[in-house]
Design a protein around this ligand. Sequence first.
Ligand SMILES: Cc1cc2nc3c(=O)[nH]c(=O)nc-3n(C[C@H](O)[C@H](O)[C@H](O)COP(=O)(O)OP(=O)(O)OC[C@H]3O[C@@H](n4cnc5c(N)ncnc54)[C@H](O)[C@@H]3O)c2cc1C
Length: 385
Amino acid sequence: MDLLYTPEEEAFRSEVREFVAAELAPVANRIEKEEISPREFVRKLGARGYLGDLYPPEIGGTGRGIVHDTIVSEEVAYVSPAADAMRAVSTVFCAAPLFRFGSPRQQEEFLRPLITGEKLGAIGISEPNAGSDAAGMQTRALKMGDVYVVNGQKHWITNGSEADLVLLFAITNPDVHAHQGMSAFIAQPSRPGFTVVQDMAAMGLHGTSHAHLRFDDMGLPLDHLVGEEGNGFHVLTDELASERIDITSRTLGCARRLYEEALRHSARREQFGRKIRTFEGVSFKIAEMKIDLDAARLLLLRAARMYDQGLPVVKEAAIAKLFAAERAFQIADKSLQIHGGLGYSKDHVVEKFFRDVRVFRLGGGTDEIMKFLIQREEYRDFGLM
Ligand SMILES: Cc1cc2nc3c(=O)[nH]c(=O)nc-3n(C[C@H](O)[C@H](O)[C@H](O)COP(=O)(O)OP(=O)(O)OC[C@H]3O[C@@H](n4cnc5c(N)ncnc54)[C@H](O)[C@@H]3O)c2cc1C
């Protein structure tokens, strides 16, 4: 790892790891089993300055960049992917567009408290009838006098039932294509017409909410528009680059945990009078897992360092996310296999990570959508479109 990270980044990782061991590890099991919210932990991350790496000091951040964000993400996810999902959705998915497109007043009122951890954010894109095809969303925000009136619904909204604000995407002009007719807004649950219908029962990431939200004639002041009216699709696609890099690091944290659990178990467990690691059927899986982990890290770092240099990363972020998500799921399968029946037990951490890691092939764009983007960017780069 020494060649990949600077000594300062390595020191930062050690510091974050220590903090996570002290503040998150003792409650990680309760987050999973009792579904207690990791909200308090996210608040502590904010107090330590770990939520602001993407933002400059003037707005309460550290300005260290996305590589540092990926280190925080990996270390938190290694212990609790659910806690990291809560952190990420608030301080990357919701906050990054506020930083890049929000007005100074919006940044002061809404972005700063996300960075300090005092407030929690969510992002509302997906709907029951619009997932991969976000442009097909049906939620409407129609300007009437001095408010936008919002009607529609969103589902699978992480942090949705706990958030203080939702970065909400809606159609403001249904007469043009959504690429020109979509806008982004700040919506607070305290507004009349904002309803949390229910928290969806998820396979993994227990402890964070994934809510179904409904909006019935919810009025939003005109100054809750983020960026220009009609620019929402651009805000959305711009956000996805940092989101996908962040998801890749969360995936890597999970995969590293699954790998290290398998490594330790295979070095301890004996069958036929031998450590099971001495069987090639086991040790070759370890080799395969390690190769996938290292390759995923290299792809992640390429995308993250490009992002920090302000370069376009649509393709590189998609490649990193797709590779990490697919391979992490294979790593989960191999880790469970190496644990034998133990890995199938609800009392074992591998069973939990096996469920948690599956989501990364869906959220932030599915595997298939990543492949679509990668091939599209390749044909474009070669001037063949
Ligand atoms: C735990 C969790 C948390 C989430 N958090 C959020 C959140 O905070 N905010 C938010 O807005 N959304 C969130 N989502 C929603 C997530 O972004 C969507 O699930 C995802 O974009 C896929 O959409 P979908 O589920 O509607 O699947 P669909 O779009 O219906 O896709 C179903 C299948 O069809 C395939 N498919 C669709 N179109 C194509 C195509 N053009 N080419 C090839 N294959 C295609 C897909 O790849 C997939 O395999 C979350 C989802 C989960 C599970």
